[in-house]
Design a protein around this ligand. Structure first.
Ligand code: HEM
Length: 474
């Protein structure tokens, strides 16, 4: 259990004392790599507990960083981090722009705002929701084809389901042949961007080949959408939303931007949403009463009801989704660079200093959440609705660079989970297992979590229907 911290409200303060920033002890030239890799989330939580909201660490494959955590990070990011810290220096997010074609990560100011406005359109909740039936079909195919009765790797399943479901939202064309290339290229870029592998890995022929193949598949789909091949179907896939997107400055997305938006949506969904729903299912399957509560909620709506209606009738499932985001912040910290000499939390920070903001460490502080180390979906529901929680919830980041796909993520994640729970009876092979985490490249379980698909609800329904029909026949 983490001890509580005195809330720090001042952000960059001008207060005089310039004590040395506490350093998390490391291991020689390895720095904090071993502890961080052994327990990426625990490392930050424990360091915050011991040293407070500002401390130094050695980050893998980069120079020493100053971590700004909890409510202090939250305050700074909600203000205007552009005053004293920004993203564009040092090429911290270069792989996203150079390799993927998504520039928002490393831009600041007006151009950042304009591009973000464009990107929010294809990444809206409303782009996913009309495809709930297609997503359910993707889930049904996976369950039928591969997994009935077998023990399977939960996170491998959720990653694959997420990628295939996202494909159904991007275009009606099949992108399945490009799946291995999208996975390979996406993982390589993410590993490099998070400094877990050297940038040089992005020059490897294997990666270059995957990137070319991914690009060819997405470009072909974009060309067909632009030609209007699917227009008569009267639907808006993600590519159509990219083509139509415009902003107040009258800008539109060019081919590079559309390709980047789609590639990031596919690879990002596989990596982020795959993990998120893996953690969500892990928690639900560990707590059978929570699972029963979700199944009871889903039983109140029809399988073909609109997603919004299904989710409106499933407050506990939505609370479990929020609690998963609280307990498993997938990115331990976001990098910025100090652009002027300044003070943060009373410490002198020189211009050029690498800063890692970790506002979500506030998720694990008992000033903010009751019993914060425990997964407890009901904390987000009335009558509790832990009030501090809403202000300090930072799973999607805070401020101008906060995730621009939050609605997309919620709709896609829950559409997949709803379809899977309606379709299959799932059981953890080892329900007593306490999950340990590592970075691959985001927060993930250290060992595979095995899942048994015990029976298929859909099949059982057919069996019952057949029995009823034959009984009638008799
Ligand atoms: C579980 C799922 C996800 C989580 C928890 C998540 C979280 C985050 C976080 C923490 C940031 C950075 C905030 C910062 O640096 O201050 C971010 C940025 C971003 N995310 Fe997500 N993300 C998720 C999935 C996705 C997906 C699937 C997409 C694309 C469809 C996406 C698109 C973006 C974009 C474009 C940004 C950059 C925004 C900017 O710099 O203006 N995210 N996300």
């Amino acid at each position: 259990m983490i001890g509580s911290r005195t809330a720090v409200t001042s952000a960059r303060t001008t207060s005089p004392p310039s004590a040395a920033i506490p350093v998390v002890p490391g291991r020689g030239w390895l720095g904090n790599t071993v502890e961080f890799m052994r327990s990426p989330l625990g490392f930050f939580i424990d360091a915050y507990h011991s040293y407070g909201p500002v401390f130094r660490m050695d980050v893998p494959m980069t120079r020493q960083a100053v971590v700004v955590a909890g409510s202090l990070a939250d305050d700074l990011l909600r203000g205007d981090p552009g005053d004293g810290a920004e993203r564009r220096r040092d090429g911290l997010f270069r792989p996203f722009s150079a390799e993927v074609g998504v520039d928002v990560f490393e831009l600041e100011g007006d151009i950042h705002r304009d591009l973000r406005e464009l990107l929010r359109q294809p990444y809206a909740r409303s782009i996913v929701a009309p495809f709930a039936a297609e997503i359910a079909a993707v889930v049904g195919d996976e369950v039928d084809a591969t997994y009935a009765g077998e023990a399977v790797d939960l996170f491998a399943l959720t990653a694959r389901l997420s990628l295939h479901a996202a494909m159904a939202v991007v275009t009606p064309m099949s992108l399945r042949n490009a799946a291995p290339d999208i996975q390979r290229a996406g993982a390589a870029v993410m590993y490099a961007a998070f400094r877990l592998r050297p940038f040089a890995t992005l020059r490897r022929p294997r990666y270059r080949r995957a990137r070319r193949a991914m690009q060819a598949a997405i470009d072909e789909a974009i060309a067909r959408h632009q030609r209007g091949d699917f227009r008569e179907r009267g639907r808006t896939w993600m590519i159509d939303a990219c083509v139509a997107a415009t902003n107040q400055a009258g800008m539109r997305m060019d081919l590079r931007a559309i390709r980047g938006a789609c590639f990031y949506a596919l690879a990002g969904t596989e990596i982020y949403i795959g993990r998120l729903i893996g953690f969500l299912l892990f928690e639900l399957l560990r707590d059978r009463s929570a699972l029963r509560r979700v199944l009871a909620e889903l039983a109140t709506t029809d399988a073909d009801a609109p997603l919004a209606e299904v989710l409106a009738a499933a407050p506990f499932l939505r609370a479990a989704y929020t609690e998963t985001l609280r307990c498993y912040p997938l990115i331990p910290a976001y990098p910025y660079t100090a652009i002027v000499d300044q003070r943060i939390g009373g410490y002198a920070i020189p211009a050029g200093q690498l800063l890692l903001f970790a506002p979500h460490i506030g998720h694990f502080v008992d000033d903010h959440y009751a019993n914060p180390m425990t997964f407890d979906a009901a904390r987000h529901l009335p009558p509790r609705r832990e009030p501090a929680a809403r202000r300090l919830f930072a799973a999607f980041g805070v401020g101008p660079h906060a995730c621009s796909a939050q609605g997309f993520v919620e709709a896609l994640s829950l559409a997949i989970v709803v379809a899977l729970l309606r379709r299959a009876d799932l059981e953890l092979v080892r329900p007593s297992y306490r999950m340990e985490l590592r970075m691959t490249p985001l927060l993930a379980p250290r060992r595979p979590i095995e899942l048994r698909v015990r029976g298929r609800r859909a099949q059982e329904e057919h069996v019952q229907k057949d029995m009823y029909t034959s009984a009638e026949g008799v």
